[in-house]
Ligand binder design. Structure first.
Ligand SMILES: [Zn+2]
Length: 478
């Protein structure tokens, strides 16, 4: 049997730095962190990348509005993103910025290769362009003539540009997506992409003359590269690729790329087409999650209903925030949250559920320390329950059903609560110590399963079990 470690390369999208990180960004990044931690626990070799996308018209505009240079704005905002990921205990291996000179150099190298191959050519491009999306729109994408995402009319753009022969990759992409060689999940997202491909892929413009804030085309200094081409290559440069199409870093290809649904289409077309053009193996899997609405409304600064990660951390703590976001809805679907619902869930699941159980079990243990230093399960029933839940948990994790994995842990918490009520281990009975033993084993299993989700809490619980002394409440009631 091979003892070679499995590699696991997981990415989040790189976020635009024209804005502050909101809970949508946080949701993707926490989910990626949970999966990265989970695979590290399995002893896989993990590389987990995050970063920021710093070029393009939106950033140029945002900087101008604030009276700053684009570079100043990027420096400031990329620090905000990095800080919030550190605050949320995100265990990334590398944080990439697209203004990084190394990244820019490789982007130029790639553009030159594609130009020399004739896959990029000069032409007139005309289309409807939404600056908010940084994407061209077809008429069928619009609702009442407006971008449904931004409620703005797209610009009619006609300019001499460099064009990427995207259409040439239509058939091979369709085939690879259909066969799951390039897997898109959940399945309804795969269907959506295949449906989009049915209408045919158009060549796309990959350069801009009006946008100065970008990577300059090496063969025409009057143009900068289209932000997506620049951005996608981060997945290669972040692991140290040097632009040699015959040799890739050992982590290539990505095993899992997470994203929200608004950027699926570009990730399922332009991104793999670039790789195919360069003769580089495609990512194994894209996984697409949904949006959060707040009280059934779209989260928007205009409405003023945005929930910021800082606000959540302040109120619920880091692990509280991680739990509340990941348990809010099935991973892959849309979810609705509200400040009231978050508070309710915090008190019910964390202060009461997990916090209460830990305090009860540790108090019982401190008063009635089991004689053995290593605990073994006495009751077959408890053991059976733990085994069953571990199995369901693992299956859920392997299928990225993160909220289901959490639900399994909370089933074990509920089981323990009922077990305590039934056995009343505070009474001096024959089985008192064995019941406490069972509870300690169940609690340490809970802590182990929680580790990828709530790393600090998991450690605190294991410490209390070891020292048999109660710590501060894990989640004080609010
Ligand atoms: Zn838009």
């Amino acid at each position: 049997m091979s003892t070679k470690k499995k590699k696991f390369y997981i990415t989040t999208p790189i976020y635009y730095v024209n804005d502050q990180p909101h809970i949508g960004h946080s949701y993707t990044t926490i989910a990626a962190d949970v999966l990265a931690r989970y695979r590290r626990i399995q002893k896989d070799k993990v590389f987990f990348s995050v970063g920021v996308d710093e070029h393009g018209a939106k950033i140029e505009e945002a900087a101008e509005k604030k009276g700053k240079t684009p570079k100043q704005l990027c420096d400031e905002n990329s620090k905000i993103f990095e800080k919030i990921w550190q605050d949320l205990n995100i265990s990334y291996d590398n944080f990439i910025r697209t203004t990084d000179p190394y990244h820019k150099k490789i982007v130029q190298k790639v553009l030159k290769i594609l130009y020399n191959q004739g896959i990029i050519y000069k032409g007139i491009y005309e289309g409807l362009y939404c600056v908010g999306c940084e994407q061209y729109k077809t008429k069928s994408d619009l609702v009442n003539g407006k971008c449904p995402e931004h409620q703005t009319k797209p610009m009619v753009v006609k300019e001499e540009n460099y064009i990427f022969k995207l259409s040439q990759f239509e058939n091979i992409l369709r085939e690879k997506i259909e066969k799951d060689e390039f897997e898109i999940r959940p399945k309804e997202r795969k269907k959506e992409v295949l449906q989009f491909l049915k209408n045919g892929l158009q060549d796309i413009s990959i350069s801009r003359q009006r946008v100065k804030w970008g990577v300059v085309l090496p063969f025409d200094k009057a143009h900068t590269a289209y932000v997506w081409v620049d951005a996608f290559l981060n997945y290669l440069t972040v692991i140290g690729w040097d632009g040699n199409a015959k040799k890739f870093p050992k982590f290539w290809p990505p095993d899992l790329q997470l994203m929200s649904k608004d950027i699926l289409r570009v990730h399922a077309t332009i991104w793999p087409a670039l790789l195919l053009a360069l003769n580089i193996p495609l990512p194994k899997k894209l996984f697409v999650h949904g949006y959060f609405t707040i009280d059934t409304q779209k989260m928007s600064k205009t409405i003023g209903n945005v929930i910021w990660p800082n606000e959540m951390i302040e109120k619920f703590g880091v692990d509280g925030t991680r739990y509340l976001l990941l348990s809010a809805c099935p991973f892959g679907r849309d979810g609705d949250i509200s400040r009231e619902k978050l508070l309710e869930k915090y008190n019910a699941d964390l202060a009461k559920g997990l916090g209460n159980l830990t305090a009860r079990v540790i108090t019982l243990t401190a008063k009635n320390p089991p004689a053995r230093s290593r605990y073994s399960v006495s009751g077959g029933k408890v053991n059976k329950e733990i085994k069953k839940i571990q199995k369901n948990y693992k299956q859920a994790m392997d299928e990225f059903k993160l909220n289901s994995a959490l639900e399994e842990i909370w089933k074990l918490i509920g089981f323990c609560d009922r077990y305590i009520e039934k056995e009343k281990p505070w009474e001096q009975k024959d089985n008192q110590l064995s019941v406490i033993n069972d509870l300690l084993i169940a609690l340490s299993n809970i802590a182990e399963m929680l580790e990828p989700f709530l790393p600090e809490t998991s450690e605190k619980i294991l410490k209390q079990i070891k020292s048999k002394s109660k710590g501060k409440p894990l989640f004080p009631r609010i």
